[in-house]
Design a protein around this ligand. Structure first.
Ligand code: SF4
Length: 245
């Protein structure tokens, strides 16, 4: 989801687990022990959940895409880690991969809250109904809006993905849960006019907080926003963040 480096702790891999609904079944591909940027205003750990149904052209976490890959650590290890971080961390971010892929996510969120931590989710929004059910368990959501509707499927490689994300966005906006919409962009994905149109669409839908993240490419087209275009994008939102790679 994000471009974070995945720091895998050196514990024996517990092997492939079933896709049950108990927290112990959550397949985790990595853990970042401390971040101050992935859960706004909070010191948090990040759990990278294994598996994603999409194949975005610019994915920087390919090792997390295989939903059948063995977990790199057990839930018991995560709980032990979090117990030792009580009072030191504010929250836990579930990132990926795509966390909502896994049936164990609701139980894992509830377990994290029961330990006294706030919860955050990074999601591509591909499962709107699941997201709607998860929202009561979440304190913050980062929702990827990858492209204008007509460009979305080409980026994810998944037909109908753009519509799913708009449905998820509707649930998120209706919920009142704190959130950020974010778009990872470079001009090779779609042009500036379409980026401005996407900003217009999000603004019209009621999005107030949008982050535009520069997509890292090797030898690709350079970042192409003028200061005037950046100001124009910013003016559409109450809170606008530009994240350069
Ligand atoms: S949604 Fe796209 S960028 Fe995020 S993990 Fe899946 S393939 Fe990678």
């Amino acid at each position: 989801m994000l471009n974070n480096a995945v720091l895998t702790e050196t514990r024996p891999a517990p092997g492939r687990e079933s896709s049950g609904a108990g927290a112990e079944h959550l397949r985790i591909g990595g853990l970042t022990p401390l971040t101050s940027i992935d859960f706004p205003g909070r010191l948090a750990a990040v759990l990278f959940c294994q598996g994603c149904p999409w194949r975005c052209t610019y994915c920087h976490n390919p090792e997390l895409l295989d939903a059948n890959a063995a977990a790199t650590m057990s839930w018991a290890h995560v709980q032990d880690f979090l117990n030792r971080r009580r009072g030191l961390l504010d929250g836990v971010v579930f990132s990926g991969g795509e966390p909502t892929l896994q049936a164990a996510l609701p139980a894992a969120l509830a377990a994290v809250r029961s330990l006294g931590f706030e919860t955050a989710l990074h999601t591509g929004g591909m499962y709107p109904q699941r997201l709607a059910k998860l929202l009561p368990l979440l304190d913050w959501v980062g929702l990827d809006i990858k492209a204008p509707l007509h460009r979305h499927d080409a980026i994810t490689g998944a037909p109908g993905s753009g519509s799913k994300v708009r449905e998820s966005l509707g649930h998120l906006l209706d919920s009142g849960v704190a959130h950020e919409c974010r778009t990872t962009w470079h001009p090779g994905l779609f042009d500036v006019a379409e980026l401005l149109a996407l900003a217009d669409e999000l603004c019209a839908l009621g999005v107030r907080r949008w982050a535009l993240q520069e997509c890292r490419t090797s030898g690709g087209a350079p970042w192409a926003l003028t200061s005037g275009q950046t100001e124009s994008l910013s003016a559409r939102f109450a809170y606008f963040t530009l994240r350069r790679a």
